[in-house]
Design a protein around this ligand. Structure first.
Ligand SMILES: C/C=C(\C)C(=O)SCCNC(=O)CCNC(=O)[C@H](O)C(C)(C)COP(=O)(O)OP(=O)(O)OC[C@H]1O[C@@H](n2cnc3c(N)ncnc32)[C@H](O)[C@@H]1OP(=O)(O)O
Length: 719
């Protein structure tokens, strides 16, 4: 796990060998301890270089080991002993030096980085802090403000930025290991005392308290309820105000509070969930690692509305040439201006030149005959989409992949009107498509494995977290949204207000409560869907009992809000009022309060006081309950997929892991018991009836989330 060689007769070269990222597993820590002892005790050795195999220095502690008891030498004393040694040690950083990997580099007396390397202390993103001396050494090296920023955000820096900050001594374009060996030979005669970071005093800014206060406030605003960044601030404060020996104790104490916290478990689960989601399997048995995606050089986007524009930008900025199609010249021209503006702003922010030459705008589908892939992003109307797919089938060459950005319509029905159903899939982007990281890749029953592999790989290339899902109304994300938002509107009937429900959800950690999110997305979209499905509007049978549709309980309040022309932020009025159309500053609106009171009066509903607990349980347990149904129906292959979708597409707080992980943390038995309780109180709300899979898992002793898959026997997997 750590290879030892003697090079240039007197330099001990220690290579970490734990692919793929050379994480500091117990075996690697053991290997470092053994090889360092050997180097320090061998009189032939005058200096040491530490590097990582396969061009990667070290990705930090082995996160998988956190779940078990500590084995092997603990990291902190091991690192302290490297720094205290009397032979110069040089870190040769290629690829990454992250977390414990950077802490290892910081105890080396010198650091050489390859020009393409990335460095950082991302522990905070795992609910932890850099507890192997990182919070004490980095401030001593680069000062409090810069260290505070890196430690509290976990941001990775390039080697060029690391050089500017003073984290590394040299950046090289050549083999960092060879450069480090030469560097080590030159360092032999030099004194080491000034190179031991723990011995340095911290350059402390005069306005330390104000700085720490400002950063704390920033964190509380941005990451409400998240513990780790606040603990990081306290650890850095210790570095600024205490000698190393005491600071390191404070670092350990703070780490102890974080290490076994639910937040740390959720964030570490989220790290692996994101990677698990990329590993899809289809019912045919084809999977991510045995199906080659097609190379996509050119693509077309049909429709230049909000979604189409964002999709065009996402494609062009990764070097794919894009033909954007509109049906109307005026719309095409305004779309062109907006796409160009978005690409220019994006390029400016990234310090690159905008790839405008990759864009072409047209009014004719005939121009698409040679593209590799088409993404249709027209209005959410099945008849219109079918016409587009029929036309594409005639126009595009037979090998062109045809994808729809539908947010919930039947992808197989679209495939059915084409001459190539195997080349059709859904690519459901989230708005704004050039910003939001989630992509649901919808596998129709006839989509080929190559089609899915290509859509997944294209998503990755565009920087998206892509998740393969099955084909059913709403797929995973929007199908689950229904019971969640239904519960929120039922709670309005019973006595809650939009701002009360949103506050509870935002305090839980959601980026936005359900009503603020609906105002942002536009209330008219759901209204149109409800009208089309006969739930509201003139087609509803007047003999229908009030507050019931299609045999189920129905809350018409969202329709009443829309009937008043309140479509959300864009109209300046929705569940809230805004300063102006397009405004974002949501204020409670007395008119909504009136509407709710009148409504309750009309139906004789006596408003009651609704607790925070009830809001959380009814909204979130109903959400997870639908997740269990989705798993049972084979629409998502694993709970991780659902959690990733909710984190990246719906603002579910990452430090809670996602709806399914949250249910597992609360305890499946408790979730079942509460759902049974609420279903008894609302027997006409089917979403509150506990799903068979939840019941089965509880009957099997509530296994950990990683084991749920073993209990899911889908009758027919859609994936
Ligand atoms: C106290 C705490 C201390 C001292 C710590 O050090 S906490 C760990 C801090 N380090 C990190 O947070 C780095 C985490 N890893 C990454 O950010 C990335 O993996 C990477 C930038 C190092 C590489 O990215 P990439 O090339 O895209 O590869 P993947 O992300 O797909 O990773 C490849 C596989 O390696 C597994 N992995 C990565 N890092 C670790 C780790 N530190 N411990 C355990 N396993 C790790 C990752 O899960 C992938 O596994 P598979 O999916 O292939 O099974």
């Amino acid at each position: 796990m750590a290879r030892y060689e003697l090079v240039k007769r007197s330099v001990a070269l220690i290579t970490l060998t734990n692919p793929p990222v050379n994480s500091l597993s117990s075996a690697v820590r053991h290997g470092i301890a053994k090889t360092m002892d050997r180097a320090l005790s061998d009189p032939k050795v005058t200096a040491v270089v530490i590097c990582g195999e396969n061009g990667r220095f070290c990705g930090g502690a082995d996160i998988r080991e956190f779940a078990g008891p500590l084995r092997g030498p603990p990291l902190l004393p091991l690192l302290d002993s490297i720094e205290a040694g009397d032979k110069p040690v040089v870190a040769a950083i290629e690829g990454v030096a992250l977390g414990g990997g950077l802490e290892l580099a910081l105890v080396c007396h010198y650091r050489i980085a390859h020009s393409k390397a990335r460095l950082g202390l991302p522990e905070v993103t795992l609910g932890l802090l850099p507890a192997a001396g990182g919070t004490q050494r980095l401030p001593r090296l680069i000062g409090i403000p810069a260290a505070l920023e890196l430690i509290t955000t976990g941001r990775h820096v390039s080697s060029q930025e690391a050089l500017k900050l003073g984290i590394v001594d040299q950046v090289t374009e050549h083999n960092a290991c060879e450069v480090a060996v030469e560097f080590a030979l030159r360092a032999v005669a030099k004194p080491l005392s000034s190179r031991r970071l723990s011995a340095l005093t911290v350059p402390c800014p005069p306005d330390l308290d104000a700085l720490l206060e400002a950063v704390t406030m920033q964190i509380q605003k941005k990451a409400r309820g998240v513990m780790a960044p606040l603990a990081c601030v306290q650890a850095v404060r210790a570095a600024a105000t205490m000698p190393y020996s005491q600071g390191i104790k404070r670092e350990s104490e703070l780490m102890a509070t974080l290490f076994n916290s639910g937040q740390a478990r959720a964030l570490q689960y989220s790290f692996f969930a994101e990677r698990t989601a990329g590993k899809w399997t289809l019912p045919s048995g084809a999977q991510w690692n045995d199906t080659k995606p097609r190379e996509i050089r050119s693509a077309a986007v049909i429709g230049l509305g909000t979604m189409g524009r964002g999709i065009a930008v996402s494609l062009a900025r990764v070097g794919i040439s894009v033909i954007a199609v509109e049906s109307d010249r005026k719309l095409m021209e305004s779309g062109r201006q907006m796409v160009i503006g978005m690409l220019e702003r994006d390029a400016k922010r990234r310090g690159v030149s905008a790839s405008l030459n990759l864009l072409k705008f047209t009014l004719s589908l005939q121009d698409l005959k040679d593209v590799d892939l088409v993404i249709e992003a027209v209005f959410e109307d099945m008849a219109l989409k079918k016409r587009v797919f029929q036309e594409l089938s005639k126009v595009c060459r037979p090998t062109t992949l045809l994808c729809s950005n539908t947010s919930g319509l039947d992808v197989d029905a679209l495939a059915g009107v084409t001459d190539r159903p195997q080349l059709v899939s859904g690519m459901h982007f989230f708005s704004p498509a050039h910003v939001m990281k989630l992509l649901e890749v919808v596998c129709g029953p006839r989509s080929s494995s190559e089609t899915i592999a290509t859509a997944m790989s294209l998503g990755k290339r565009m920087g998206k977290v892509s998740v393969a899902v099955g084909n059913c109304p709403g797929f995973v994300g929007n199908r689950m949204l229904k019971p969640y938002s239904d519960q929120a509107t039922f709670l309005l009937e019973e006595g809650a207000t939009p701002e009360q429900i949103d506050k509870v959800l935002e305090d839980f950690g959601f980026a936005m409560g359900v009503f603020r999110m609906s105002d942002l997305a536009g209330l008219d979209v759901g209204w149109r869907v409800r009208k089309e499905s006969g739930l509201t509007g003139p087609d509803v049978d007047p003999k229908n009992p009030p507050r019931r549709r299609q045999g189920r309980k129905y809350c018409p309040i969202p329709d009443m809000v829309c009937e008043q022309g309140r479509f959300g932020q864009k109209t300046g009025r929705g569940w809230y009022m805004y300063d102006k159309p397009g405004g974002t500053n949501a204020k409670p609106d007395p008119l909504i309060q009136n509407l709710l009171e009148t409504y309750r009066g009309r139906y004789g509903i006596k408003p009651r006081n609704i607790t925070e607990q009830e809001i959380i349980e009814r909204c979130l347990f109903a959400l997870a309950n639908e997740g269990f149904r989705i798993l049972k129906d084979g629409i998502a292959a694993q709970p991780e997929d659902i959690d990733v979708i909710y984190q990246f597409g719906y603002g579910f707080p990452r430090h809670r892991g996602g709806p399914m992980f949250y249910a597992s943390m609360v305890g499946l038995e408790r979730v079942l018991e509460r759902l049974e309780h609420y279903h008894q109180a609302h027997p006409d709300v089917s979403h509150l009836e506990p799903s068979p899979l939840l019941k089965k898992l509880v009957a099997c002793g509530s296994p950990p989330i990683q084991k749920w898959r073993e209990h899911i026997k889908t009758i027919h997997s859609h994936l």
